[in-house]
Design a protein around this ligand. Structure first.
Ligand code: DGT
Ligand code: CA
Ligand code: CA
Ligand code: ZN
Length: 591
């Protein structure tokens, strides 16, 4: 664990402890501090070294009290209050809380009644069916917990792309600085921008491989070295993922990159096509088969045809180069051969973010702070979409507070001439499909998103009907995080996507690609289906903090994996174009 990760854990456990004790407000402050530690990483320590407590207090989510704790941690290597708490309550709150649905009160119950301290203890108690003996828990809770535990276990070993990508990119930057390095890139599932990744695959070319390997295994991020060789090294990083580096001569870079980008199915299909054309393909290059055409085809490599660039390889096989995001072994090679690959949405195309939460509800920054951060990230507009009143635990807005918020937005739009803030909502969809705000309130907003935050377990028929009812409301512009899945934590809700797509088209409602790393919702397959159905898409970060705008490229990657072009994504429009579009839509549906 890095220092920042350890602090994140400590503050999270403080937050849970206070929640167990029923202390209001304080848990939220610790929770924000915990999230802030994760987001800031090494910056926390750098800031403390430079400016001490006053510097820390300027960081998001950190006040005097928490700054003092961080100061104590860096000065003494421990936090006294934390040690005391661990003595009184020796429970791995952090580990247990990774299991979705297991809140502080549950963890307290588990310890009080069954002395559960760790995830392993919990497993034992589940296997011996002791959980159902806890007062007020019962058989159903036990079964549910069992399922959630399995879900969280099946997720270990894979990591969210959004959590790994910044690290992978920082390694590339570090390796590129080593003298003699010509090229260095990420390959594998990260280059394909898969939503979860198993490890970090890196490829470099250099005239001095041993220098690159020395530098690689000595990176400060490295925890242990599994293997160090001349052409391949493998390490375990402190963040708990392996990284493999291959160093090859510059001349074969294309072939190596193609091979290690995968995915495996794509490569198998490509090799089949190569064989059919009298070639063989491997990580060293494309070769002409020695005896192609005779009755006994001997698959022996003959003359090297090419290995320099990926484009050369695909070109010699008679096709365009599929962008890495499309390499999944489905129909991309067919499209590449027919020269019908889509003109994918370029990274950086999204101009505005249409799902943003603020400190009016569960975000950690003001509207203005979010606008400034969005602008810094290269965006030119945002829609403020705070939660609504049925989510009381998130301080959701009722009609009155929403109207007050709109006034603030009007004032800010006058002040911030370089930016546009749309007034909006993430209006909760209630169990019967009705909405959590009155139509009169919705009518006054620029942008109405709706989404589900409860009753995740309805039958497919009920759930589908519920969503269609919600989006048939003439004021609704977008369905946010449509499947509600959380990777490794919560299964998607059961819906008939085709029916929902048909309704979205009918009611002129866009569907969201939520960039938040554990959501990634819709996924690539859904995106492709939506495009086929003629439904418009929106790429949103679901930001709850200023640093979350950095998630935009993750959503753009999902769109690309779903074969989206610029025309498929509503928020590639300028603010002015979007205004016109929404006005037309409203005229059409509201009449
Ligand atoms: P991951 O790491 O599980 O997220 O997925 P990948 O695709 O990064 O898989 P990985 O790291 O095992 O290997 C990277 C690429 O190298 C993979 O996409 C294709 C290529 N590759 C690795 N092993 C094999 C193999 O046994 N056969 C073939 N055809 N390709 C392989
Ligand atoms: Ca990999
Ligand atoms: Ca690998
Ligand atoms: Zn939400």
């Amino acid at each position: 664990m890095t220092h920042a990760q350890e602090l994140a854990k400590i503050f999270f456990e403080f937050s849970s402890r206070d929640a167990m004790r029923g202390i209001p407000f304080k848990p939220r402050a610790y929770e924000l501090a915990s999230e802030s530690m994760t987001a800031l990483g090494d910056d926390v320590e750098t800031t403390w070294k430079k400016d001490g407590i006053p510097g820390l207090k300027k960081l998001p989510g950190i006040g005097q009290h928490i700054a003092e704790k961080i100061d104590e941690y860096f000065r003494t290597g421990k936090i006294t209050e934390y040690l005391k708490m661990k003595k009184e309550f020796p429970v791995d709150i952090w580990g247990l809380s990774r299991i979705e649905g297991l809140g502080p009160k549950h963890i307290l119950d588990l310890y009080t009644h069954l002395r559960v301290q760790t995830v392993d203890d919990l497993k034992r108690q589940l296997t011996s069916h002791k959980i159902q003996t806890i007062p007020r828990w019962g058989k159903k809770s036990e079964q549910k917990l069992f399922k959630q535990l399995q879900l969280s276990e099946s997720a270990t070993g894979r990591h969210l792309l959004g959590e790994i990508l910044p690290t992978a990119e920082s390694i590339v930057t570090a390796l590129k600085k080593i003298p003699g390095v010509q090229q260095c890139v990420v390959a594998g599932s990260i280059r394909r921008r898969q939503e979860t990744v198993g490890d970090i695959d890196l490829i470099a070319t250099s005239s001095h491989p041993e220098r690159v390997m020395d530098a690689f295994v000595n990176l400060p991020l490295v925890e242990t070295v599994h293997e160090k060789g001349k052409t391949r090294s493998s390490v375990r990083l402190k963040i708990g993922i392996d990284a493999d580096l291959r160093v090859v001569p510059n001349a074969v870079f294309g072939a190596t990159l193609q091979y290690f980008t995968g995915d495996k199915r794509h490569n198998v299909l490509l090799r089949e096509r190569a064989l059919a054309k009298g070639f063989t393909l491997n990580e060293y290059g494309l070769f002409r088969l020695a005896k192609h055409g005779s009755a006994t085809i001997k698959r022996v490599a003959g003359a090297l045809v090419t290995c320099k660039t990926e484009n050369d390889i695909y070109k010699h096989l008679g096709m365009d180069t599929p962008p890495p995001e499309l390499r999944v072994g489905s129909d991309e090679l067919e499209a590449a051969q027919k020269r019908q690959l889509p003109d994918l949405l370029p990274y950086g195309s999204v101009r505005g973010d249409l799902q943003v939460q603020t400190s009016w509800t569960d975000g950690n920054a003001s509207i203005e702070e979010m606008a400034v951060a969005a602008k810094k990230s290269g965006l030119s507009y945002i829609a403020i979409t705070d939660h609504t009143k049925s989510l009381a635990f998130l301080n959701g807005l009722d009609e009155k507070r929403l109207a007050k918020q709109q006034q603030e937005i009007t004032t800010l739009n006058k002040k911030l001439k370089w930016f546009t803030i749309f007034s909006g909502t993430e209006c909760d969809i209630l169990k019967d499909g009705s909405l959590d705000l009155s139509n009169a309130a919705l009518a006054k907003l620029d942008w109405v998103g709706v989404s589900i935050h409860s009753h995740f377990n309805l039958s497919r028929t009920e759930q589908t009907k519920r969503i269609i009812t919600a989006i048939s409301n003439p004021y609704v512009d977008c369905l946010f995080h449509p499947t509600c899945r959380l990777i490794g934590k919560r299964e998607p809700i059961d819906i008939d996507l085709d029916d929902i797509l048909a309704a979205a088209k009918k009611y002129h409602v866009a569907l969201e690609i939520d960039c938040f790393p554990d959501r990634s919702d819709l996924n690539d397959l859904h995106v492709r289906a939506a495009i086929k159905a003629g439904v418009m898409l929106v790429i949103d970060t679901d930001a709850h903090a200023p640093e979350h705008f950095a998630f935009v490229p993750l959503g753009e990657a999902i769109a690309r994996r779903g074969w989206a072009t610029t025309a498929n994504i509503l928020n590639t429009k300028t603010a002015a174009q979007l205004k016109t579009f929404l006005a037309k839509k409203k005229a059409h549906t509201v009449g």
